[in-house]
Write a protein that binds this ligand. Sequence first.
Ligand code: GLP
Length: 242
Amino acid sequence: MFRILRGKDYDDMSRIAANVISAQVTLMPECVLGLATGSSPIGTYSQLIRWHEDGLIDFSGVTSVNLDEYVGLDGSDDQSYRYFMNRHLFDHVNINPKNTYVPNGKAFDTKKECERYDQMIHNLGGIDLQLLGLGNNGHIGFNEPADSFAKGTHQVNLTESTIKANSRFFDKTEDVPTQALTMGIGNILQAGKILIVVNGEGKADIVKKAFFGPITPQVPASILQLHKNVTLVGDEAALSLI
Ligand code: GLP
């Protein structure tokens, strides 16, 4: 099933996406949520926090696994994805911090860290709902355009376009890490459900390519066309070409 839900604007998109997550948590209080960073899901997290404050959503049984982390950044670094998650969600809801997983970007042996991460996801019984953003070049997590699809968690070199896109969060481009650890396409495809959030006219082209173009590792998100349960939530601008 491929469902497209159209929001009027960013707030509307965020409310619709939060609704999908809220339904998952309500129906399955002990679910495993796959979570994402980037500017697209921030509004979704804000909405979940508001509903949590209103007593409408309980995260006490939830486990979360994040898609990716920059290599070399410690969780206390304000540019790390661990820090992002604490700031935008975990610190404001009643999820048990012990049940929140983000790859360790400071691991001495990154290969071992990737294996540990895959094993951990396996031990949790897999991901019930995976939230995704979409990179300008079609990347999901940090699975950049490539000649093949990666299966498990692995280390990647970020492309110039991703480094440039993400430099808006850093003081200068040179500060953006050039490598990351990311779940593989295989980890993502094994999630029971996929929820992908996109906003802004800058994403319109890649949304069309990813969901209606050929399935190719050059547009990593295009593989989602083979998943059995995908919900694409966007604002008018991002969905304007489909
Ligand atoms: C980063 C993240 C992705 C995210 C993408 C898009 O590179 N690793 O998970 O989807 O950026 O970010 P944004 O939502 O800010 O456009």
